[in-house]
Design a protein around this ligand. Structure first.
Ligand code: TXA
Ligand code: MG
Length: 330
């Protein structure tokens, strides 16, 4: 299959809509990362998503709808979810509700809940409107690889497996949406993202982080290896920079080509060594982390991560991805 990358215009949207109606896959931009979309009401189309990504079939998908869509068609909305919707949607917040069972059961892998997201990206909204059905979409990367933030990243992973990639430029957010379980009295963060704990608490009154050890996994995605660059990796806390530098040097001696990924403050201490700095604010760290990982794996075979430090709670989400990518423990 030939994979076409196209700007978002009348013609490409008509093609996207046709592909979706026929049960096919379309990659599309959002403000977080690119998604791999299919008709959420069509079992075969949803199955095709899992197949194209090589995704385990017990890791549920998020359904995407445009801002004007009435989400109560799909799920039971709670009071706190309504407040959070008014405050933060459209935007990088996915909420997990009790499902009304209106989409393919394969979307939620048989769970009685459904994750719904309303992206803030204009191109995403245009695609979702053209599709005219709720769109099930995971991040548009091969399973376990780094999430894509450009059309080119999607192409690198999925060329030959999907017919169309809608190109909406670089995703400005850079990390996936916050996933929030709103089925209970207290909203529970299942995956950290750009909508932070404090932002949720300010609107809903309460908020908790999921405790991943108590009972069944509430967000099945969290149990898998994720965001892995195709290179050897090592990870160091900031106060162990000297050890990171010896690791770099010993890698050079072993004939490897090492590179650091870090923030500006650490980069300033790496004279004469190769590095990619993600910047200094939390927004910069989030926006640059996946591009840096994908860039580093192309040119180097050993990536050394040093813990990142920005200026806000967004760091929780960035570090969660970064530490996993570097093979460390969160
Ligand atoms: O920003 C994003 O959320 C991107 C863009 C494309 O929208 N999508 C994305 O999808 O990151 P994916 O499939 O890579 O991650 C979805 C996460 C997984 O951790 C999954 O386990 C969780 O959401 N999830 C989906 N449905 C769920 C449900 N019903 N209950 C609990 N967790 C759920
Ligand atoms: Mg993903």
């Amino acid at each position: 299959m030939q994979t076409v990358i196209s700007d978002i215009n009348e013609e490409s949207l008509a093609l996207a809509s046709k592909i979706i109606r026929e049960g096919g896959l379309v990659a599309f931009p959002t403000e977080t990362v690119y998604g791999l979309g299919a008709d959420a009401t069509n079992d075969d189309a949803v199955r095709a998503i899992y197949a194209a990504k090589g995704r385990p079939s017990d890791n549920p998908l998020i359904v995407h709808v445009p801002p004007e869509y009435d989400v109560s068609n799909l799920v039971y909305i709670t009071e706190s979810a309504l407040k959070l919707t008014k405050a933060y949607l459209p935007g990088p917040l996915t909420m997990v509700y009790k499902s009304k069972g209106k989409v393919s059961p394969l979307v939620s892998c048989g769970l009685d809940t459904l994750a719904v997201r309303v992206p803030a990206h204009r191109g995403a909204a245009r695609f979702l409107r053209a599709a005219g059905v709720p769109i099930a979409a995971p991040s548009a990367n091969v399973s376990k690889h780094v999430s894509p933030v450009t059309a080119r990243h999607v192409y690198d992973d999925l060329a030959g497996k999907i017919p169309l990639i809608l190109d909406g430029g670089s995703s400005c957010g850079g990390i996936e949406s916050t996933v929030l379980d709103v089925t209970g009295e207290v909203p529970v963060i299942l995956r950290s993202g750009l909508v932070t704990f404090d932002m949720i608490k300010a609107v809903a009154g309460r908020c908790e982080y999921v405790h991943s050890t108590d009972g069944p996994v509430r967000s099945p995605g969290m149990k898998y290896k994720h965001y892995s660059p195709r290179a050897e990796t090592a990870y160091f806390e900031r106060d162990r920079l000297a050890e990171a530098v010896s690791e770099y040097k010993s890698a050079l001696n072993r004939g490897l080509s090492p590179i650091f990924i870090c923030d500006d403050k650490i980069a300033a201490q790496l004279e004469g060594m190769e590095y990619i700095s993600l910047g200094s604010t939390s927004e910069q760290l989030a926006a640059n982390v996946y591009t840096a990982l994908r860039q580093a794996e192309k040119t180097h075979n050993f990536i050394i991560g040093v813990a990142l430090k920005g200026d806000s709670q967004v760091d929780v989400g960035v570090m969660n991805r970064f530490v996993k990518a570097m093979g460390g423990k969160t």
